[in-house]
Design a protein around this ligand. Structure first.
Ligand code: FES
Ligand code: FES
Length: 889
């Protein structure tokens, strides 16, 4: 043991510690300074644990407490409070640099260490100072701007009051700070791992090292005797169905008979500390009988192979889509491109691990309520899944602040095991899995293989599109059928294509399971279509921008589902992009005259993304409060997009109230009704639409009885609470033979321009600038909108160039190739606002938009730079070099 004394946030502390104690534990566990976050497995990869020691930004997970005698430590809690924030915290809030907020405390402290030395840093200085801090949400642009703004505040050139929008100048279309931004900036927003749970046991799971094996026996005897162990549970201890049923009941909380992918959970240990639980989990002895492994659809579809799921064949779903005669169209085309494309299995990579807390809440001797606090984006649906799986009805789900999700939380992850353990051990349970475990517990973006043929007539008009695609579903189905359907619903992208012929296949394999990931299906098929469009334009000698423009769908023409579009404001975006495109082409041509090994290229991609799918429904309630304020009740998850801003600004605008008079109740199943997931970019359109309807009903009632207050409403015999709904009446499945049928009610559109440099000797690709032109209808909050576009572009480039999840190999943020601030690039956004006919105040959604055209635009830019057409994502240097050598013959 050793005694050390040092200051934390100005207060001198004495600690008697073990020599290997690390600062993150002292701060988080002992002092409850939970603004310090942990994302990576203490490998120094994420920077979320950054604090300042003696003026330098350090990662507290790598800092030994024994070395801190006499030091001065500053955590986010020592900087400012929501009522009295530091200027850097103000700058991050006002710059719109905070989305989920999980990276924010570490970012702010890294920025402070820089700004304390230099209040006027260059962009390169900022990138260098923040190089160890990861962010998945923002694309880093607004973080860099926040540091620059903080510098101006610190230099006295500007005050926060001069930057903060004045509500007197309007509510809608103004970048008012998010209601939750300041508490995130001050480290005061509690994520699930930050919640103090008295008497909680800590959970750790035993995961399968095999991709496919029978479980012969599980010996827990050694583990049960280990220090601190409360108990070990296996499948027999889960009292419900032990199946998490998103659509089909195929995914166990704990595997009973067999494991189906590397990471499948087979047992769990509850212990007094996480370290004890992890140690005991390693002592659980599972005997497996390995089975043949099928990692690809080809292997899983081969003759005579094992069936992975006992109740469904490996080919678990097919859906064609046929409109017109594509074969005839292709045969009559003046030019046809025929090729194939593949995309990788990818991780959505939210920064926060899959943390969850569960406990039994007892009141007056009633049946206890099982309370689950987690990262859900669909609390009512997930609660019903949990009720069946763990066999317990009396339940409440509460959404904690969550550190991003990007589709990963479409399905239940750690909540199943946490809830089952709380019931089994009758103890409060905290499950704070490692990053590696979090990767095992969660879905991934599906890998697609696509064979395409695209034709055009002599004038360059598209004639027909044929696509045959196979989707690696992985070990469990989750919402795989939804992903395939979404790919078909948006198959023709931005274009009018007279004839369509598609066949889709979803195949069980022994890889990690696939589900939603930003865009959820369309990013994969749009990569194929937009690449083929560029290849066809080149074959026909037509400029890619003109080729796109002449083929864009016009209102009144059908999408691939046969449904006719009402609004399609994409040509305006193409025209807005035209001068940027020509500038970029000129710049690239000049650059390439230098005749060096680095070549510059320019690529375009378009995307038209559906919002408010067939039959989609949402409800929101509003209540006029006694003080004249308004409370909004709705299960509107906000894992970082800014849904709190959207609800607040719409409600304040329609009720003509100050924004601080709008109260939100959104995070608990007890006080809200089901509203669907915060997915598919649907929240603004669907929940915002339901809010508008609810407020309309309230105002109608107030007008009818001439009431201005809730008291007057009540006196006139009217309720003070009203339920609003929004529904896409075009409902039902696609026709199983033709894939024709209902479609999205609204669309968001984008044109993306990418400028890259390709090193023709190494194959390295560097994105130097991306410009996006987007029309998402009326803009509620411009900075929030830009934040979604910028984050999507950054994620799209990661998908295009680097990121991949490989079973058994991807273990952390380095092996995943998480995009860093050093790889960030210049971004420009062009916004057009065509009010949507059925959108709330004319708005539609936007969260996934720029994810859809980014990868093909990057691939088109690489091809434009050096002729290398990469048809298999990600375009790593070896693939670029291989494509280049193919192109050179
Ligand atoms: S937890 Fe310290 S760098 Fe990730
Ligand atoms: S705001 Fe940076 S990770 Fe979410």
């Amino acid at each position: 043991m050793k005694k050390v004394a040092f200051k934390i946030n100005g207060r001198l502390h004495q600690f008697i510690i073990e020599k290997d104690d690390v600062l993150i534990d002292l701060l988080r566990k002992d002092l409850r300074l939970t603004g310090v976050k942990q994302s990576c497995d203490r490998k120094g990869q994420c920077g979320a644990c950054t604090v300042i020691v003696n003026g330098k930004a350090v990662r507290s997970c790598l800092t030994k407490v024994a070395e801190l005698d006499g030091a001065e430590v500053i955590t986010i809690e020592g900087l400012g409070t929501p009522k009295n924030p530091h200027l850097i915290q103000e700058a991050f809030v006002l710059a719109g640099a905070i989305q989920c907020g999980f990276c924010t405390p570490g970012m702010i402290l890294a920025a402070k260490a820089l700004l304390d030395k230099d209040t006027n840093p260059t962009v390169d200085d900022i990138k260098k100072a923040l190089r160890r801090n990861l962010c998945r949400c923002t694309g880093y642009k607004k973080i860099i701007e926040a540091v620059q703004l903080a510098g101006r505040f610190l230099r006295g050139e500007l005050t926060p009051g001069q930057v903060r929008p004045d509500p007197k100048h309007g509510v809608i279309g103004v970048s008012h700070p998010r209601p939750s931004a300041m508490i995130k900036a001050c480290g005061a927003a509690e994520f699930a791992a930050d919640i103090q749970v008295t008497g909680a046991g800590e959970l750790a799971a035993v995961h399968s090292p095999h991709a496919h094996a029978l479980i012969k026996s599980i010996d827990t005897s050694t583990a049960e005797k280990m220090p601190g162990v409360i108990g070990v549970m296996t499948a027999k201890d889960v009292k419900g169905t032990n199946r998490l049923k998103y659509i089909v009941p195929d995914r166990p909380i704990l595997c009973d008979k067999k494991v189906r992918f590397i990471g499948d959970p087979v047992a769990a240990v509850l212990a007094e500390t996480r370290e004890q639980a992890v140690a005991a989990a390693q002592a659980v002895n599972v005997e497996y009988e390995p089975l043949s492994v099928m990692m690809t659809p080809e292997e899983a579809l081969a003759e005579g192979v094992l069936q992975i799921d006992p109740d469904r064949p490996n080919l678990c779903f097919t859906q064609p889509q046929i409109r017109g005669d594509a074969e005839a169209g292709l045969a009559a085309s003046a030019a046809v491109v025929e090729t194939d494309f593949s995309t990788q299995t990818n991780h959505q990579a939210p920064l926060e691990p899959e943390t969850c807390v569960a406990y039994l809440e007892e009141e007056n001797g009633d049946l206890p309520t099982l309370v689950v606090i987690g990262r859900s984006i669909n609390i009512h649906y997930h609660m019903s899944m949990l009720q069946d799986a763990v066999g317990y009805e009396n339940m409440r789900y509460e959404e904690a602040y969550s550190g991003g999700q990007f589709g990963i939380k479409i399905d239940v992850t750690s909540e199943g095991l946490t809830a089952a353990a709380a019931l089994h051990f009758k103890r409060p349970v905290r499950y704070v899995p490692s990053l590696m475990e979090s990767m095992w517990l969660t879905s991934k973006r599906h890998a697609f293989h696509m064979e395409v043929r695209l034709g055009a007539d002599a004038q360059g008009k598209l004639t027909a599109y044929a696509i045959d695609f196979t989707v690696n579903n992985g070990a469990y189905s989750s919402n795989g059928t939804v992903i395939v359907n979404r790919a078909l619903l948006m198959l023709s992208g931005s274009y009018y294509i007279p004839a369509i012929q598609a066949m889709s296949r979803l195949v069980y394999t022994n890889t990690t399971w696939g589900a939603a990931a930003r865009g959820a299906g369309p990013p994969q098929v749009n990569y194929a279509l937009e690449s083929a469009v560029d290849m066809l334009a080149e074959k026909m000698g037509i400029d890619p921008l003109e080729f796109r423009l002449m083929n864009i769908l016009k209102p009144g023409q059908p999408k691939s589902t046969g449904r006719v579009a009402e609004q399609w404001p994409l040509p305006e975006l193409m025209e807005a992009m035209r001068p940027h495109y020509h500038r970029a082409r000129t710049d690239a041509a000049e650059f390439n005259q230098k005749d060096g090994v680095v070549k510059r290229g320019v690529g375009l991609g378009t995307g038209s993304f559906g919002i408010g799918g067939p039959g989609d429904t949402a409800t929101v309630a509003v209540e006029l409060d006694p003080d004249g304020g308004l409370t909004v009740f709705g299960a509107v998850a906000d894992p970082g997009e800014g849904n709190d801003s959207m609800l607040t600004q719409i409600a304040a605008h329609l009720m003509n109230l100050p924004m601080d008079k709008i109260r939100l109740v959104t995070r608990t199943t007890d006080r809200t009704t089901a509203a669907g997931p915060a997915a598919g970019s649907r929240i603004t359109y669907m929940l915002g639409g339901a809010l508008v309807d609810a407020i309309h009903k309230l105002k109608t009632a107030m007008t009818e009885v001439n009431a201005a207050t809730s008291e007057q409403l009540r006196a006139a015999g009217k309720p003070t609470r009203y339920l609003g709904t929004k529904k896409n009446e075009d409902a039902g499945p696609l026709d199983p033979q033709t894939g024709q049928g209902p479609s999205f009610e609204s669309q968001v559109h984008a044109v993306q321009l990418v400028e890259v440099e390709v090193h023709t000797k190494t194959g390295e690709v560097r994105v130097i600038k991306m410009t996006t032109a987007v029309d998402a209808g009326r803009v509620i909050n411009p900075k929030n909108l830009e934040g979604q576009l910028e984050g999507g572009m950054d994620m799209g480039v990661g998908f295009a160039l680097r990121e991949i999840y490989i079973d058994g190999q991807t273990k952390d943020w380095v092996s995943f190739k998480f995009p860093t601030i050093g790889q960030s690039f210049e971004m420009e956004t062009i916004i057009r606002e065509t009010p949507r006919n059925k959108g709330p105040l004319g708005a539609t959604g936007v969260g996934e938009m720029t994810m859809v055209p980014t990868a093909p635009a990057v691939m088109n830019a690489i091809a434009n730079a050096c002729g290398a057409r990469v048809r298999d994502l990600p375009a790593t240097p070896d693939k670029v070099l291989a494509a280049l050598s193919l192109a050179r013959g």
